[in-house]
Design a protein around this ligand. Structure first.
Ligand code: SF4
Length: 695
């Protein structure tokens, strides 16, 4: 008979938490994940042997007792188990009924950056082809949509230009801003720390003195929301002192004069006045960055989640161009993307209302014809509703039905009481997930899905590297893989995807036919290339592109465009009633809305509940005691959380992590959107803090 040992399975796979894309061997037995071991170093381009605490211990979520194992249908306010047939028929009947009565675009679809490329591709195809609506979006709207918008305008591709190991790990200089790298991207932070120990210069600009700042040559603390000013100030100083890359600018860029004019007012004195960054710190950073042979510009949501997020990133990309830090090794622009597959599933696969897979324009005749030839019909041409707009339109009665795959907007949207109200207005909601999330509680039908430990597919990490995900165990109970669910769902509308796709490899073949940057990607090649393929990879002879823009930028004329950024500060400023500025973010031991990590004992032991950090001086002024509870109130609502008295930020700035249901920080955050990317201003909210005592 089989022994316990012989039933152990091993999967060479890619981490399901952050977008560093660490690879390791995942072990399972009898439907249970056993643990993680380092993989063959040839197959681990981003991480060698390392993993962080989430990669190592976080997979316990897959074993959780409260995994969804059966479809559920809500009746009289209560969920009951249902068969797959009944659940899928119900979704078909409800969504088509809504469309018949209220029009094609009265429904919306959300895809998931936790899912594979193939699943996200089919998700947007389900929206566009099966439902005939461009109303499809995903959580990248809330994290790096401003990054993608800005990078595409200036450089042509909305992605990191360089590699993790060979470029970020080997550069001469760093400017890191708005990224709590040590907690959010731990393995990547280790690379940076090693390189700084070996002599690279590190400048950190951040309102909070985050972990990576402890390793910096210089840490500067701008006031929240004032980033355009200090970045424009750096550009001005660099140009004024002839530290800019003159030849590079001349040969490879356009509109430099407009940039020089725009940054002119940002003298070191003016920058200090606007941002609080002392003149000498600005000058020192400008001098070193300007003189460095190579520099990496790294950022995360501290830069993106602002009402002027796109302009923040235009400014930073302008700086990278001015200093000639693009199109060469050990240099580049490095958005540290959040979820495991947000680059691929949230971006490249096109589950977005304004572009088709591969960032292709739905109104381009040639593109539309290509999709028509593959799908048998044209995808909708018009721009659909972005996620925050979808929530607005639910209240207006214009969005009445929704299908959500693997997302939890009831916790992740800003001003969640308002988001709950919107979602409560829907005539019908179907949610596909691995747990009964806060969003699934609102659903009429819930479909049990497979976790990343249970599926085959690809993910694309933050350095554009397409890597395999493989199953170590089977999904629990009747749960199914998202790809299978989408195929069965499409069948209800008469689309025979089952005979079209034998599995994810066939979906990737279709992606390769339709998406030029994935043109040479196939499962056969990925099996032969254990370190994955970095896009663009145009055909099967193309080895992929380690760093972008070596010869030209991604425009017809091959030139990058400077897009000068006008200064704008935060929208909601502190006042007498709400005198403090609140920022939100992550901690090492948790992940996003916490649906996975809040179910892992080893992680909950470290950070069991939400908290607010308060500077000791402010704590004293308000009578707040470390470890006791406080009420934090904004114009939207209030929450009660534990006080963590510490001096990471200025006395006027407090911080609350985003991972918890009790003390959910998004009860406080605001609706204000960046007009270019529609990303909400999560990073600056005015609040007041009042002590409530020990319990
Ligand atoms: Fe996973 Fe990111 Fe940690 Fe690597 S750094 S193990 S990808 S969570």
């Amino acid at each position: 008979s089989e022994t316990r040992r012989s039933r152990i399975t091993k999967a060479e796979t890619t981490c399901n938490f952050c977008a560093v894309g660490c690879r390791f061997d995942l072990y399972g037995r009898d439907g249970e994940v056993l643990g993680v071991r380092p993989a063959d170093p040839e197959a681990t381009p981003a991480n060698d042997f390392s993993t962080c605490v989430k990669g190592k211990f976080g997979y316990d979520f897959a074993n959780s007792d409260d995994r969804l194992e059966h479809p559920l249908i809500k009746e009289d306010g209560e969920f009951r188990e249902a068969s797959w047939d009944e659940a899928l028929d119900r979704i078909h009947a409800e969504l088509s009924g809504i469309q018949e009565e209220h029009g094609q675009h009265s429904v919306a679809v959300t895809s998931s950056s936790k899912c594979t490329n193939e699943e996200n591709f089919l998700n947007q195809k389900f929206a566009r082809q099966v439902l005939g609506t461009p109303n499809v979006d995903n959580c990248a709207r809330l994290c790096h949509s401003s990054t993608v918008t800005a990078l595409k305008q200036v450089l042509g591709y909305g992605a990191m230009s360089n590699r993790i190991n060979e470029d970020i790990g080997e550069t001469d200089c760093y400017l890191i801003t708005g990224s709590n790298t040590t907690e959010s991207h731990p393995v990547l932070a280790t690379r940076i720390k090693q390189n700084v120990r070996d002599g690279a210069d590190l400048f950190v600009f951040d309102p909070r003195k985050v972990g990576i700042a402890e390793h910096a040559d210089q840490y500067s603390r701008p006031n929240p929301g004032t980033d355009i000013a200090w970045i424009n100030g750096l550009i001005r100083y660099i140009v004024e002192h002839d530290l800019h890359a003159e030849e590079f600018i001349e040969e490879r860029t356009k509109h430099f004069d407009e940039l020089v004019e725009k940054v002119d007012p940002f003298t070191p004195e003016k920058v200090e006045e606007l941002t609080g960054v002392p003149e000498e710190e600005l000058v020192n950073a400008a001098q070193t960055i300007g003189e460095a042979d190579t520099c990496i510009f790294g950022w995360a949501m501290g830069m993106t989640q602002h009402a002027h997020g796109t302009r923040n990133l235009l400014a930073l990309t302008n700086l990278a161009l001015v200093t000639g830090n693009l199109g060469k090794p050990r240099a580049g622009v490095s958005p540290f993307r959040g979820q495991n597959n947000v680059q691929g599933g949230g971006g490249d696969m096109g589950p977005a209302p304004h572009n088709l897979p591969g960032y292709q324009d739905p109104t381009d005749e040639e593109v539309a014809r290509k999709f028509e030839a593959e799908w048998g019909e044209r995808p909708p041409e018009e721009v659909g509703l972005r996620l925050p707009e979808q929530f607005e339109e639910m209240k207006e009665g214009n969005i009445r039905g929704m299908f959500i795959m693997g997302e939890n907007p009831v916790l992740s949207e800003p001003d969640i009481r308002d988001a709950e109200e919107s979602i409560g207005e829907l005539d019908f909601l179907a949610v596909q997930d691995i747990f009964l999330t806060e969003t699934a509680e609102f659903a009429d039908v819930v479909l049990p899905a497979a976790s990343g430990a249970e599926k085959l597919g690809t993910q694309t990490n933050t350095e554009r590297r397409i890597q395999m995900v493989r199953p170590a165990i089977e999904p629990p109970g009747e749960a199914k893989r998202d790809l299978d669910i989408l195929m069965e769902l499409a069948e209800r509308w008469g689309y025979d995807w089952r005979s079209k796709y034998d599995g994810p490899a066939d979906v990737m073949d279709e992606i390769a036919r339709l998406v030029p940057i994935y043109g040479g990607v196939s499962y056969d090649r990925l099996e032969e290339m254990p370190d994955g393929i970095q896009w663009p990879c145009e055909d099967e002879d193309d080895p992929g592109t380690p760093y972008l823009y070596e010869d030209e930028f991604n425009f017809e004329d091959g030139k990058a465009r400077f897009v000068p950024a006008d200064y704008a500060g935060p929208v909601e400023l502190p006042d007498e009633e709400f005198p403090l500025m609140l920022s939100t973010g992550r901690v090492l031991y948790h992940w996003h809305t916490g649906t996975m990590t809040r179910r892992v004992e080893a992680l909950m032991e470290q950070v069991p509940e939400s908290f607010v950090t308060i500077h000791p001086e402010m704590a004293e002024e308000l009578g707040v005691v470390d470890g006791e509870y406080v009420k934090v109130t904004s114009r939207r609502g209030d929450i009660t959380v534990k006080a963590n008295v510490e001096d990471q930020s200025d006395p006027g700035v407090v911080f609350i992590p985003m991972h918890f249901v009790h003390g959910a920080v998004n009860e406080l955050t605001q609706h204000e959107l960046d007009p270019d990317s529609y990303i909400p201003e999560f990073k600056v909210t005015s609040v007041k803090v009042e002590p409530v005592g020990p319990n």
